[in-house]
Design a protein around this ligand. Structure first.
Ligand SMILES: [Zn+2]
Length: 249
């Protein structure tokens, strides 16, 4: 399986939040790996977490972050590198709706992750964010759930969640830093992802360049649950984003 698929790590933190390395160090280090796609997804929050971790908490900082990502995206294209960089962000669902809406312009990102979706209220909250975005946005980013913990929905019912994932085309991430969420005790959930054709992605939650390439375990779990087609669909979407960008630049 590992030979057939491009290699991706779509969950990386830089010094714009709690990562140890600059965007430049991540990109340069990514070029030395066999990775094909990376996405930098720094934290965005105004929950209690905001007091504990540096994050993208104001428009000025977000602007600099996006400019720097653009600069390195362009660099990789101009240098004809195999590596593709995507612009991402990881939104803490403990943040207020107003804070999210007033700071995030969706089309500026290739991928937006939400973290900590763990209740039916959480689904309603994300829909409230996505609905107006979808209405006003043509170049819509990929939307995903970072290191998703299926336990609440396994006990309380999967249908509402699965309907939401399907309707809003939401990706479920396989994250090497959270192996407990991919335990065979959640098999029913992963079987349903397969049945419904929900996209899956791969990320390491890298906070240091030493873990950029820790992609083996998520690939193994995707293989274990026979979700190869679901990964393929995601890769097709990434390719569309990559080619659209090439044509624009
Ligand atoms: Zn993260």
């Amino acid at each position: 399986m590992e030979i057939e698929f491009p290699k991706l790590n779509l969950h990386i933190h830089s010094t714009y939040s709690d990562g140890r390395n600059s965007i430049e160090q991540i990109v340069k280090s990514g070029m030395k790996t066999e990775l094909d796609y990376i996405c930098i997804t720094d934290h965005f929050t105004n929950s209690w977490k905001a007091d504990h971790i540096p994050n993208l908490n104001n428009l000025d900082k977000i602007k600099r972050y996006l400019e720097e990502l653009d600069q390195f995206k362009m660099f990789l294209v101009n240098e004809n590198k195999n590596l593709t960089l995507f612009r991402g962000i990881e939104i803490d669902l403990g943040s207020s709706e107003k804070f999210i809406i007033s700071n995030i312009v969706p089309h500026m990102y290739d991928l937006i992750f939400f973290e900590y979706l763990e209740s039916f209220e959480g689904i309603a909250f994300v829909k409230k964010i996505l609905d107006p975005w979808k209405k006003n946005c043509t170049d819509f980013p990929l939307i995903g759930l970072a290191h998703f913990d299926p336990s609440f929905f396994i006990t309380r019912g999967l249908d509402v969640l699965l309907e939401f994932l399907k309707e809003y085309d939401v990706i479920i991430e396989f994250n090497s830093s959270y192996p407990q969420f991919y335990s065979p005790k959640y098999e029913i959930f992963y079987n349903k992802l397969k049945e419904r054709g929900i996209k899956v992605s791969i990320g390491c939650d890298s906070h240091h360049i030493s873990s950029l390439n820790d992609i083996e375990s998520p690939y193994k779990m995707i293989d274990f649950y026979n979700l190869e087609e679901n990964l393929k669909t995601l890769i097709e979407s990434l390719e569309i984003k990559r080619i659209t960008y090439l044509n624009k630049s």
